[in-house]
Design a protein around this ligand. Structure first.
Ligand SMILES: *Cc1c(COP(=O)(O)O)cnc(C)c1O
Length: 375
C-alpha cells in the first residue's frame, strides 16, 4: 500500500477533532447530483451534527446548497437560529412546554393532540404532518390519518397554522433493492392524496434519509433529509468524504519486559520485551471501551495495536521497537488516506455503527475547523 505520510500539525492540548468543512460541502454537492433534479436537501445536524459541530456544519451545508435544516429537538433549533441561520428548520421531538419558546421553527405533528398543542403555541406557524408508513417509531397511525388531516385543514382555514410538509421515515433506507422503501413510498403517496382531499396543500413531501435518497427513486417527494451523508457515512457507496480526523499525541513511553500485564485486569500480557505508549484519551472522549483488544491507531505511519482495556481518560498501545517519544502524533481515525483507521473500523471493533462513534466524541475534545485535508 502506498501510504501518504501526512504531517499532523502541532496543536495545543492532548487531542483535537479536525473537521474539514470542504468535505461537508462536497458531500452535499455529490448527493445533490445523485438525486432527482429539483429535490431539495435538508441538512440534518442533530446531536451537534453527529459531534461535528451543528453551527459550522449547518453553515457549510447551506453554502453548498442545502435549503432546509433538521434537528431532533427544540434547543438544537434555537441554537441554529441564535447563530444567525435563517433557513427553515424542522424539529421532530419536543415537549409541549417547549413549543411556547419557539418562533419560526417548523414542528412535526403526529396526532390531533400534538396539532392542538402547536396551534396553541403563539409563535408556531408551520407544521409537518408525519405518517407512520412502517417504521413504527412515531408518526400518525394510518387509521387516524384522515382525522388528523381534517383537523389540520380546519385549523388552516382558521388561519391558526399552515401544514407546510407531509413526511415519513424509512426503516430500510440502505436496502439496495428498496423493497421496503417502495412500500413505504406507496403508503406516503396515499397519505398525501388523502391530505389533499382534506384541503391541504403541502409545500414539501419528504421520506428519505441519506441512504434512502440514493436507493429510492421517489418522484412524489421534493425534499430529502441528509444526516449521515454529510459526515461521509457512505451506506450506498456514493463516494462521500469523511470530514473528521481525531488526533492525539503520545503522553508517555516505557519499556516493559515479557510477562508483564497492561491496564485493568491485565487483559494483555506482553509475550516479548516491548515498548508501550500511553495515549491520553479514553472512553470519556469517545474512544469506545468495547473496542479494547481489537483497535489500533496510526503512529509514524504504522498501525499500533491498542492493548489492555481502554479506560476513561487513556489507553495504551504496543509500539514494539518503534522509536516514539512523548508528543509523537497519533491518529485515532481519519479518512484512511494515510493508513489510519476510519470510523467504520472503530464501529466494527466496538460492535456498533459509525454514527455512534461520532456522537460519542466527548466534550473535552476541541473541534478545529479547516478547509481541505492539508491543514
Ligand atoms: C437522523 C434522521 C435523519 C438523517 O438520517 P441519516 O441516515 O443520518 O441521513 C433523517 N430523518 C430523521 C427523522 C432522523 O431522525
Amino acid at each position: 500500500m502506498n501510504l501518504v505520510q501526512r504531517p499532523t500539525r502541532p496543536f495545543v492540548g492532548l487531542a483535537e477533532a479536525v473537521v474539514d468543512l470542504s468535505a461537508v460541502r462536497d458531500n452535499v454537492q455529490t448527493l445533490h447530483k445523485r438525486i432527482r433534479p429539483g429535490t431539495e436537501i435538508m441538512a440534518v445536524v442533530k446531536a451537534d451534527a453527529f459531534g461535528h459541530g451543528a453551527i459550522q456544519v449547518a453553515r457549510a451545508a447551506v453554502e453548498a446548497g442545502a435549503t432546509w435544516l433538521g434537528v431532533a429537538r427544540a434547543d438544537e433549533a434555537l441554537q441554529l437560529r441564535a447563530a444567525g441561520l435563517t433557513e427553515p428548520i424542522l424539529i421532530w421531538l419536543y415537549d409541549a412546554s417547549e413549543l411556547l419558546l419557539l418562533s419560526d421553527i417548523d414542528v412535526s405533528v403526529s396526532t390531533v393532540a400534538e396539532l392542538q398543542q402547536a396551534v396553541s403555541a403563539p409563535n408556531v406557524r408551520h407544521v409537518h404532518l408525519k405518517l407512520d408508513t412502517g417504521m413504527h417509531r412515531g408518526g400518525s397511525a394510518p387509521g387516524q390519518w384522515i382525522e388528523l388531516t381534517r383537523a389540520a385543514a380546519h385549523y388552516e382555514a382558521l388561519g391558526a397554522v399552515k401544514v407546510r410538509g407531509i413526511w415519513s421515515h424509512l426503516s430500510h433506507g440502505d436496502e439496495p433493492d428498496a423493497t421496503h422503501s417502495k412500500k413505504q413510498l406507496a403508503l406516503l403517496r396515499t397519505g398525501v392524496s388523502l391530505a389533499r382531499r382534506a384541503g391541504l396543500d403541502p409545500e414539501v413531501i419528504h421520506l428519505a434519509n441519506s441512504a434512502g435518497a440514493l436507493t429510492l427513486d421517489a418522484p412524489d417527494c421534493n425534499l430529502v433529509r441528509i444526516g449521515a451523508g454529510l459526515f461521509g457515512i457512505d451506506e450506498a457507496g456514493a463516494g462521500l468524504r469523511q470530514p473528521m480526523r481525531l488526533v492525539t499525541k503520545v503522553a508517555q513511553v516505557r519499556r516493559i519486559p515479557a510477562g508483564e500485564g497492561v491496564s485493568y485486569g491485565h487483559d494483555f500480557v506482553a509475550e516479548r520485551d516491548t515498548t508501550v505508549a500511553l495515549i491520553p484519551i479514553g472512553y470519556a472522549d469517545g474512544v469506545p471501551r468495547t473496542a479494547s483488544g481489537r483497535a489500533s491507531v496510526l503512529v509514524r505511519g504504522v498501525r499500533l495495536p491498542v492493548i489492555g482495556r481502554i479506560t476513561m481518560d487513556q489507553f495504551v498501545v504496543d509500539a514494539g521497537d518503534l522509536a516514539i517519544e512523548p508528543g509523537t502524533p497519533v491518529v485515532v481515525f481519519g479518512n484512511g488516506d494515510a493508513g489510519e483507521p476510519v470510523t467504520e473500523d472503530w464501529a466494527e471493533w466496538a460492535g456498533t455503527i459509525p454514527h455512534e462513534i461520532y456522537c460519542g466524541l466527548g466534550s473535552r475534545v476541541p473541534r478545529r475547523y479547516v478547509e481541505g485535508t492539508s491543514s
